[in-house]
Design a protein around this ligand. Structure first.
Ligand code: SAM
Length: 269
């Protein structure tokens, strides 16, 4: 990965971490009071994790990782943002929730972390930061026991083609669906957790199609158990989305239903 892209993206995630720990979206006080910050789709799909070893890739500042620990998993979280990992370690110590947190670019993780896990987990907003899914899938396979499971829940690649600007009022095709080797140069305007925040940092993101994702996992020796698609999302991708009573973000009724999120489970053969 080009060093300039890596440096800019790290700078963004360090700044976003400082915003997110104070945000309503992440509700750190609620978490400290005992909340589990894992959505119903993830909880239902992964089931009972008690006693299992779980590696959380791109764990941000660890709320989901520590939630898995609260549910009885033995957890390791990894992320390339030093600020995020420092926050995660502080929370783990303050709340006495055992967890191992590792700071590394995901592609370097096999050289700094040892061991194999029952579950490798990643969720909500991870793929656009990755230039290369083939190597990413090999990292996943590297950390799984034979028979271990990879699980991801993520925004749907199809939804990424539409205009997600602050003034968007309709689904207007704005971006390529298919992957390209060069990233899209983006200017952050606030963050997904706080659109009004004063944070303007250039960052780089990559499109990935569904077939690129599936083929990368298959090539790494993972067998796909299921792929599920949903007409809702965990965050407000488009300015005109509406939040339902369960907290999911949906398109208003005047739109046809399109896939906004997917979940996938794969097993290491
Ligand atoms: C949207 S967050 C994941 C969100 C997480 N599920 C949550 O809600 O807490 C994406 C994470 O990917 C991390 N990240 C981006 N590029 C990375 C890379 N090359 N290696 C490791 N982590 C990376 C960022 O630091 C960020 O914490």
């Amino acid at each position: 990965m080009n060093d300039n892209y890596l440096k800019s993206n790290r700078e963004l995630w360090d700044a976003w971490t400082r915003l997110h720990v104070k945000s309503k979206f992440y509700d750190v006080d609620g978490f400290k009071a005992g909340k589990i910050r894992l959505d119903s789709v993830v909880r239902e799909n992964l089931g009972d994790v008690a006693g299992k070893s779980l590696l959380h890739l791109q764990c941000h500042f660890g709320l989901d990782t520590l939630s898995w620990a609260r549910l009885g998993a033995r957890v390791t979280g990894a992320d390339f943002s030093e600020e995020a990992i420092a926050q995660a370690r502080t929370l783990s110590a303050e709340l006495s929730i055992p967890a191992n947190f590792v700071c590394a670019n995901i592609y370097d993780l096999p050289s700094v972390l040892s061991g194999e896990f029952d579950i490798v987990f990643a969720s909500h907003g991870v793929l656009p930061w990755l230039p290369d899914l083939q190597t990413w899938a090999k990292v996943i396979a590297h950390f799984l026991w034979r028979g271990g499971a990879f699980y991801i829940v993520e925004s749907h690649p199809f939804a990424h083609v539409f205009d997600n600007g602050d003034d968007a009022t309709d689904l207007r095709v704005c971006y390529h669906y298919f992957e390209s080797s060069e990233p899209i140069k983006c200017e952050a305007n606030g963050s997904y957790a706080d659109r009004d925040a004063d944070c303007h940092i250039t960052n780089y993101q990559w499109d990935h199609s569904m077939s690129e994702l599936l083929n990368a996992l298959l090539s790494a020796g993972l067998q796909i158990e299921y792929l599920r698609e949903y007409p809702f999302l965990a965050w407000k991708m488009f300015a005109f989305m509406e939040q339902d009573a369960d907290g999911w973000w949906r398109l208003p009724k005047r739109f046809n239903q399109i896939p906004l999120m997917f979940s996938l489970k794969a097993i290491k053969k």
